[in-house]
Design a protein around this ligand. Sequence first.
Ligand code: NAD
Ligand code: TYD
Length: 361
Amino acid sequence: MRTYLVTGGAGFIGSNYIHYMFKKYDNDIRIINVDALTYAGNLENLVDIENRDNYTFVKADICNKEAISKIFAENDIDRVVHFAAESHVDRSIKNPEVFVQTNVLGTAVMLNCAKAAWELPDGSFKEGKKFLHVSTDEVYGSLPDDENAFFYETTPYDPHSPYSASKASSDMLVKAYMDTYKFPANITNCSNNYGPYQFPEKLIPLIINNALSGKKLPVYGDGKNVRDWLFVEDHAKAIDMVQEQGRLFETYNIGGHNEKQNIEIINIIIETLQEMLPDNDPRKALVSKDLITYVEDRKGHDRRYAIAPDKIKKEVGWFPETMFAEGIKKTIAWFFEHEDWMKNVTSGDYQKYYNDMYEGK
Ligand code: NAD
Ligand code: TYD
């Protein structure tokens, strides 16, 4: 039975990945989820699997060397899937330091502990051990408004935000471990994810939540920045396929082939909400395009991201299965069914973040 150490499994993508893995492998794998439970980590995301015998949660910071090496010492870890990170660009603009701490130093600790646990006396590594580092397409910088321009695995790194700079640094560390020690790893760089359990600081859940409460829908700048939206379950599947079928030491870009301007996304969300809400639901009257409000642009706002996921399709056989029209319906349906989840995550600290972030915009 393979044992997985998943970092950041209480966050958005990590919790979707854990659900995907148990659905696929059931009792044939064991998962240890290590998460510090920052504002973005939420054990409510995992309630339906938390009592499984083959699942363990450990509350720990990935920067804590002792805690992480203890997990490796007490368990024969076969796979590391490293999601834990500070993940929000706007927060990185306000407070970059914690991004360096978690994303760079935390990744160094994860690499070092895995290397110490897996290395043999001759400097080679125990058979079959694999580390997958989850990163972002934002490390490649910004593309021009040209629909034929894409990020490839060979595109030079050119990060702009403190978030993408910290992720680029962590990618470089993983590359250094692969080059220096032949450390058995892969890097995946994915585009913008959306789907169940996403924290409403990111565009899609924020717009869904605000629209349902009749609150303003803040659009940064001219609303024409483009993102390539990837349904999170497709991403979870890609990560598993890369780890099992990809070539070690390789980078794979994972994209949704779903490029859209932010304003298009907002319009689709409003239209889909209006279509899906029953006539007798009082929220139906609140959802309106009149809520769209153009606000001051994000500092250093990257114009366009787009991935051509050709390598992963050719080598691993993965492609994005969920088109945006379908994925957004699934996402909205999930939010309808999980009103309490949204209420819980938007109480307390979220209100303070929201007021600080959008005050005056
Ligand atoms: P998230 O913010 O929803 O979750 C991050 C998780 O990491 C949380 O559970 C948090 O508690 C945990 N965490 C944070 N700091 C920690 C620390 N020091 N020690 C242990 N745990 C810690 O993030 P996400 O959207 O699920 O992103 C997961 C990964 O995917 C990140 O590495 C991110 O850079 C990458 N990524 C995300 C997207 C996206 O669209 N969300 C796109 C590309 C890449
Ligand atoms: P976001 O979800 O923060 O992801 P990222 O910055 O990592 O791409 O933002 C997606 C896009 O939406 C980005 O171009 C910024 C824009 N945006 C808004 O226009 N309004 C908002 O309130 C937010 C959060 C984002």
